[in-house]
Design a protein around this ligand. Structure first.
Ligand code: FAD
Length: 425
């Protein structure tokens, strides 16, 4: 398979660091070899490098080429599947969910400050109620968070207060999480990669892994090179399975799509998103949006339920944006792109060990900016000998669909259609 450059997107057009890392040739040795150069792999590489381990990271295309360089940039507290974690792990699960809620944010903030990563980090995130009944769940959630002592971070917004918060009539209220926010994901990912390299990590682009093995002497092979390591990590939403039965049927790909308008005027910006919040609605098949640092409306959503890309992304997404913000009906669309969200049936990210010295973590169900950084730290901790959180995560019973990927996608398409219909009722 030929390596690909970045797709055309707002992020690729505004990337700060254009470094092209070499392709792997010949044999190299490292303490840890990481497969995949998205947030998961890069965050793990940087954490390992900070702890003095020698690291090789292999990316099939470019750093941040996948979901990490294309997403909505919403840095959202918590991870997907929290209810399942609590159900399966009881009190230990509830504590775990609380303890890690903002750990990814902290890691990102520390790195942005320490390595001077310019990625437009801004605070304020809101979930908005797409149906009146969704407010009940939100009120209960906010009440619980207040009991947990998070009252200074989170507030409920009733419908009567919505005009202060967003210039749309589409929603029935919501809640704001001031500890969460948004950022330029490709610049964060590439900034973390550059930081890892500055600490001695070796990064290779155009280096698709074709085979690998764990065990006593782990190794990884690309078409033209080989890495011999003490530990191998399949880092992130790398859809290749490398013959590992433990990965089969775990993640199903679903398309999600974003448009970016031309830069809006100051008054337009103030009228649609006066508090510069990143916003997601409460539907399962949801819309999400935010303003970029140069005041473009980035409006995204999952709009294929058959897992086939729409012929014209703007033709699908622009009417959705205009429905929410009628005043943007004349805003020109400058960029349109899509990416693949990895859905896990339990919704809990899949974290574990496939054989001795072969780890994996992946499947954030569209909730990966924070969660990738959390999972990367937990796996690196385990490799370095602290296994408490890894053991908890690995105890989650995941569901592997006994289906071919293609059939699994049809099932996912049907599932999404079901949720879309339910959202509409
Ligand atoms: C359109 C869209 C919007 C989203 N919006 C948000 C959001 O607003 N907030 C949020 O929290 N999450 C969001 N997500 C989810 C989030 O982007 C992902 O969960 C996260 O980026 C996953 O990171 P990753 O490193 O695990 O995977 P990826 O970023 O996909 O990285 C995997 C990498 O592995 C490489 N690779 C694949 N196969 C091989 C191989 N054989 N050898 C070597 N390398 C290989 C790929 O080229 C890729 O670069 C969104 C996702 C999409 C697609």
């Amino acid at each position: 398979m030929t390596a690909q450059d970045y797709i055309r997107s707002y992020y690729a057009a505004t990337v700060n660091d254009q470094t092209r890392y070499p392709a792997l040739e010949g044999t190299v040795k490292a303490d840890v070899c990481i497969v995949g150069g998205g947030f998961s792999g890069v965050a793990a590489a940087l954490t390992l490098a900070e702890r003095g381990r020698s690291v090789v990271l292999l990316e099939a295309n470019r750093i941040g080429w996948g979901a990490s360089g294309r997403n909505g940039g919403q840095m959202i507290g918590g991870i997907s599947g929290e209810e399942t974690i609590k159900q399966q792990l009881g009190a230990a699960g509830a504590k775990f969910v609380r303890d890690i809620r903002y750990r990814g944010h902290q890691i990102i903030e520390e790195r942005v400050a320490k390595y001077g990563i310019a990625c437009d980090l801004a605070y304020g995130w809101m979930e908005v109620a797409a149906r009146p009944r969704h407010m009940d769940n939100m009120r209960a959630y906010v009440e619980q968070r207040m009991k947990d002592g998070d009252g200074d971070q989170i507030e409920i917004v009733e419908k009567s207060r919505m005009p202060e918060v967003l210039g749309t009539q589409s929603y029935y209220g919501g809640y704001i999480d001031r500890r969460s926010g948004h950022l330029h994901p490709l610049n964060l990912c590439r900034g973390e990669a550059a930081a890892a390299v500055s600490l001695g990590a070796k990064i290779f682009e155009d280096s698709r892994v074709v085979k690998l093995s764990g065990g006593a002497k782990p190794w990884v092979e690309t078409a033209r090179g080989r890495v011999e390591a003490q530990t191998v990590i399949i880092g992130g939403e790398v859809f290749d399975k490398f013959g590992q039965s433990g990965l089969k049927g775990l993640m199903l790909p679903a398309g999600s799509y974003i448009i970016a308008t031309e830069p809006l005027s100051g008054s337009e910006t103030a009228s649609v998103d006066p508090q510069n919040l990143a916003v997601a609605d409460s539907n399962v098949v949801l819309d999400y949006f935010r303003m970029s640092a140069d005041r473009r409306m980035l409006f995204g959503g999952r709009c294929n339920y058959t897992n086939r890309d729409p012929k014209d992304i703007a033709a699908v997404m622009q009417p959705r944006m205009v429905k929410v913000f009628p005043r943007l009906k004349n805003a020109r669309v400058d960029f349109k792109w899509g990416g693949t969200i990895a859905i896990v049936v339990t919704r809990v990210p899949a974290v574990g060990r496939l054989s001795p010295n072969l780890y994996y973590f992946q499947g954030y169900s569209g909730h990966g900016v924070n969660a990738t950084h959390i999972a990367a730290e937990i796996v690196v901790d385990a490799i370095c000998g602290t296994t408490e959180k890894f053991d908890l995560f690995a105890r989650i019973k995941q569901i592997q669909l006994p289906l071919s990927d293609q059939f699994g996608n049809y099932m996912l398409g049907l599932g999404m259609l079901y949720y879309r219909l339910r959202d509409l009722l």
